[in-house]
Design a protein around this ligand. Structure first.
Ligand code: AR6
Length: 231
């Protein structure tokens, strides 16, 4: 009886160790700071009304191509809600491709609170910007400018005044910004995607041949800017 008691204690101990190891490995995936990480929202698919099916194809192709060509980088597509359709589409389509899934994945959370609320270290974040690179508007642009404070407005002005659809600009975030201090974000990359909303400038009026080309250019420009920061 005594022997079987000792034996079951050993088994319990082994199980405890295994569970601890599993927890540690989960944590090392989510908090891996050795990888330079870009968190990005789905460009153009909310206020700019771009088709979600078509956008998800572009995201999966651009992101998987990028992680296959670059080592030591991680891409994370972020959206606010568990019910996000763009996240489900991308997750589903990405699962059918072969690549290292720890280097490109989706995550539910506010892009301005990924470290404090989500436990993720993302040193670079992307913004779905407007052509004037102005704060406000709505969506992720307003959230990022609000969270980063005036430091981001000043730093942005030093880099560019305007942006053309399909282009991006990388802005180093001053260490005085709360987004830098609290979340560890060192750069914001503003991206301007194609617009399908007739109430916004440069509407492509449902021309998806041009729209998909410009969206792909926008992601390529974003990822190239990120690669230069990661180097
Ligand atoms: N964290 C993560 N994802 C977010 C957040 C957030 N805090 N807020 C929104 N999203 P949108 P667009 C997601 O409309 O379609 C702006 O007013 C959102 O659910 O921000 O490129 C600019 O000034 C969606 O999946 O960008 C431009 O004028 C994604 O971010 C215009 O909107 C992009 O939604 C750009 O429109």
């Amino acid at each position: 009886l005594e022997a079987s008691g000792a034996c079951s204690m050993q088994v319990e101990k082994k199980l405890d160790n295994l569970m601890e190891k599993e927890e540690q490995s989960k944590e090392s995936v989510s908090s891996d700071i050795s990888l330079c990480t870009l968190a990005f929202p789905s460009i153009s698919t909310a206020d700019f009304q771009f088709d979600l099916e078509k956008a998800s194809d572009v995201i999966v192709d651009a992101a998987t191509d990028f992680v296959q060509k670059h080592d030591n980088v991680r891409l994370i597509l972020v959206d606010l809600s568990q019910k996000s359709r763009i996240l489900s589409l991308v997750k589903d389509k990405a699962s059918k491709k072969s690549f290292d899934s720890s280097r490109f994945f989706t995550f539910v959370g506010d892009i301005t609170q990924l470290h404090s609320k989500g436990g993720l270290h993302c040193n670079v974040i992307a913004n779905a910007a407007n052509w004037r690179l102005k704060p406000g508007g709505g969506g992720v642009n307003a959230a990022i400018f609000n969270a980063a404070g005036e430091a981001l407005q000043h730093a942005t002005k030093e880099c560019a005044d305007t942006l053309r659809p399909g282009n991006s600009v990388a802005v180093p975030l001053p260490s005085t910004s709360p987004l830098h201090q609290q979340e560890g974000v060192t750069h914001v990359i503003h991206v301007l995607g194609p617009n399908m909303n007739p109430m916004r400038p440069d509407c492509l009026k449902n021309d998806y041949t041009k729209g998909c080309k410009v969206l792909r250019e926008a992601y390529n420009s974003l990822f190239e800017n990120f690669a230069s920061i990661a180097q």
